[in-house]
Design a protein around this ligand. Structure first.
Ligand code: ADP
Ligand code: ASP
Ligand code: MG
Length: 461
């Protein structure tokens, strides 16, 4: 079999764990499989590097050296134990030079932030390469090319697939494994980009699709994809088999902190995905495939994922009533600003349209909508929108299941459960595919609402 294996941050957090993960990959190689390994940064390192970039950009020298020291000592300790100092030390040196440069210039851009965070995956990849005794390269080296949207770059799929095939095929058909860093790529000029948070999962499926892998294995610290985040709902149950449509929908709503598009390349090429636990490798985990039947009316809701750190922007005004085109203008403005709307709702009175975006994109969303719609005094949208309201610290919760299609009363059961838990709902949306019902609540009440819906549909163990 040809397998792409991705190890998440918790699976490579320290020398012992890197050795263990390398052992799992090498076992598959010994069994005769062709293996491509994708690695994330060590647990917590991406957060540290984001802090490091911010400290450099804001001229906070003390914070910069504190965080740099932390990143350095974590990697040096692991590298020393693995005998990977020759690989790791130069990378740490380059990182220090880079952040010193940002500090000197006093300006952090999306581009330079990507240059900094990319070091997390570069470092872990180098160590995994040593632990496995094989070649290691970054995502760009493997052939992934993206557009210029630093921080959340979109792969140029045709060319990436072609290049990845060209670069990796000779190695793996020779029976040799190779390690590729997740999350990182480059634009067409070779400037480093990143695919967005959770992007290593996306790297794994892009590589899998390119080399026509038989399976993609996502190794993590949980047994697999569960009916809810086990941190929010302790009785959440492992989903042993699930079909692509449901899994893709779960991914969009934050299940397993996956990149929202991570499962798309696998679904498009019908490559089975297995989610497994590095720390419990005997458990077969979750199989995501086309073969699994969709849920039925009795299992209308199969999982309740949650996206945190969300904000809702509502544009309103009596002028919107009965006037076509405002919704289109909202979406155009957001699309042009490259803001991803996770949820969209319109009030029945037509006097308001709300979009839920990540907190990280809130400033961009607000600015785009203000420019396009608010206080506009000429053109088709003049004097239509009079107010723009923002609510921060929300969570989007979704009840996901293909079995809800055509089944009446599912939404009612969801909302009764949330109401009985005493949680106020800020906004509601249902996708036209009837795969999910989504709603927004205050983040502080998020887990409580997830647990209530989970219980109402009998999903607990
Ligand atoms: P990795 O570093 O392996 O990518 P992440 O931290 O990104 O791991 O994702 C794994 C975590 O996602 C789990 O520890 C779990 O708490 C959380 N999680 C959220 N939703 C789910 C879900 N539906 N099923 C499994 N885990 C989930
Ligand atoms: N290290 C990156 C992140 O934390 C990518 C990943 O882990 O998938 O988002
Ligand atoms: Mg992850």
């Amino acid at each position: 079999m040809r397998i792409v294996m991705k190890f998440g941050g918790t699976s490579v957090a320290g020398a012992e764990k890197i050795r263990h993960a390398a052992g799992l990959a090498l076992k598959a190689v010994a069994e005769g499989h062709q293996v491509v390994v994708v690695v994330s940064a060590m647990d917590g390192v991406t957060e540290d590097l984001l802090d490091l970039a911010d400290a450099a950009g804001s001229g906070n020298r003390a914070a910069l050296y504190t965080v740099l020291g932390k990143v350095r000592s974590a990697h040096e300790a692991a590298a020393r134990a693995l005998g990977a100092m020759d690989e790791v030390d130069p990378l740490l040196g380059r990182l220090e030079t880079l952040v010193s440069g940002i500090l000197a210039v006093g300006e952090l851009t999306a581009r330079s932030r990507d240059a900094v965070v990319a070091f997390g995956e570069r470092l872990s990849t180098a160590m995994m390469g040593v632990a496995m005794g094989c070649r290691a390269m970054d995502g760009h080296g493997a052939g992934i090319v993206t557009d210029d949207h630093f921080g959340e770059a979109d792969p140029l799929m045709e060319i990436s697939m072609h290049q990845v095939r060209q670069n990796l095929e000779p190695i793996i058909s020779g029976g040799r494994p190779v390690v590729v860093s997740g999350f990182i790529a480059a634009n067409q000029h070779g400037v480093t980009t990143t695919l967005g948070r959770g992007g290593s999962d996306y790297t794994a499926t892009i590589l899998g699709a390119a080399i026509r892998a038989d399976e993609i294995w996502i190794w993590s610290d949980v047994d697999g994809l569960m009916s809810a985040d086990p941190r929010a709902v302790p009785e959440a149950r492992l989903l042993t088999a699930i079909n692509f449509a449901e899994a893709v929908e779960m991914g969009k709503f934050g299940a397993k902190s996956m990149h929202p598009r991570a499962l798309e390349p696998a679904a498009a090429h019908r490559i089975n995905v297995r989610m497994r636990s590095t720390f419990n490798p005997d458990n077969p985990g979750t199989l995501i495939s086309d073969a699994t039947a969709a849920g039925d009316a009795a299992h209308a809701v199969r999982s309740v994922p949650m996206l945190k750190k969300m904000a809702m922007v509502t544009v309103g005004g009596a002028g919107m009533i009965g006037r076509p085109g405002t919704a289109a203008a909202v979406f155009t403005a957001l699309a042009e600003a490259r803001v991803n709307a996770h949820m969209i709702c319109q009030s029945v009175s037509e006097a308001g349209i709300s979009v839920v975006v990540s907190m990280g994109q809130l400033d961009k969303a607000r600015a785009a909508l203000e420019r396009a719609l608010v206080k506009v005094t000429s053109g088709p949208h003049a004097n239509v929108v009079s107010s723009l309201k923002v609510q921060e610290n929300l969570a989007i919760i979704a009840a996901v299941g293909q079995g809800m299609k055509g089944v009446p009363g599912v939404a009612a059961r969801v909302f009764v459960a949330v109401a009985e838990a005493g949680v106020n709902i800020n906004a509601i949306a249902q996708g036209s595919s009837e795969l999910s019902i989504a709603f927004a609540v205050d983040e502080a009440a998020g887990s409580k609402a997830v647990a209530a819906v989970h219980r109402a549909f009998g999903l607990g163990g």
